[in-house]
Write a protein that binds this ligand. Structure first.
Ligand code: FMN
Length: 170
């Protein structure tokens, strides 16, 4: 798919069919994620994926009710980054780690779209529950849970800001 077409096709989807996501497709998505730029190529993103019914249920239960309803039937990718490895000084390290994870996650949702999956990035989740279930080390910051699956319903119309509202060129 042309890049611009892909960018316009990717939208947050909030209703999923009861269909499995292939492990092989997750691996293809990860190959693409690993091409994202990062501070000194530190690649601090880490991923925990729930494909089994048991793991999906655990992740579902870490979400608030509206995110549960929006992502039921989907599989889940939990994205984290390792702290203390990027940034010029310790006060900025976590910022750049988060920045790099965001870049990787952009690649992730676009490659998922390319492979005909839909996604929903969710910032509201119970990180303590996720950390326990996946045994996520304390030096990793847990950021989004990303639902991935096949859409059961289309997205609603999205309002995008006008370019003049966000751009200054001198
Ligand atoms: C960091 C982040 C956190 C988000 N958290 C949620 C969430 O908890 N629940 C939800 O339904 N959507 C969530 N979204 C999705 C946004 O609402 C969505 O990306 C935005 O409205 C733009 O729509 P689009 O993705 O369809 O282009 C989140 C998106 C981002 C990037």
């Amino acid at each position: 798919m042309e890049f611009k077409e892909l960018v316009n096709k990717r939208r947050s989807i909030r209703a999923y069919l009861d269909e499995k996501v292939n492990k092989e497709d997750i691996e293809k998505i990860m190959e693409c994620v690993m091409q994202a730029p990062s501070w000194k190529n530190s690649q601090t993103g880490r991923y925990y994926v729930a494909l089994s019914d048991e793991a999906k249920k655990e992740v579902l239960e870490s979400l608030p009710e509206f995110n549960q309803n929006n992502s039921r039937n989907a599989s889940y990718i939990i994205a984290t980054y390792k702290t203390g490895l990027s940034g010029a000084n310790s006060s900025e390290a976590d910022l750049w780690g988060a920045y790099d994870l965001g870049l990787q996650n952009a690649y992730l949702v676009l490659e998922a779209c390319e492979l005909n999956y839909d996604t929903l990035i969710m910032g509201l989740r119970d990180t303590k529950k996720l950390r326990e279930y996946f045994n996520i080390p304390e030096d990793e910051v847990i950021l989004p849970v990303i639902a991935i699956g096949k859409r059961a319903k289309n997205h609603t119309v999205r309002n995008s800001k006008k370019i003049e509202e966000v751009l200054v060129i001198k």
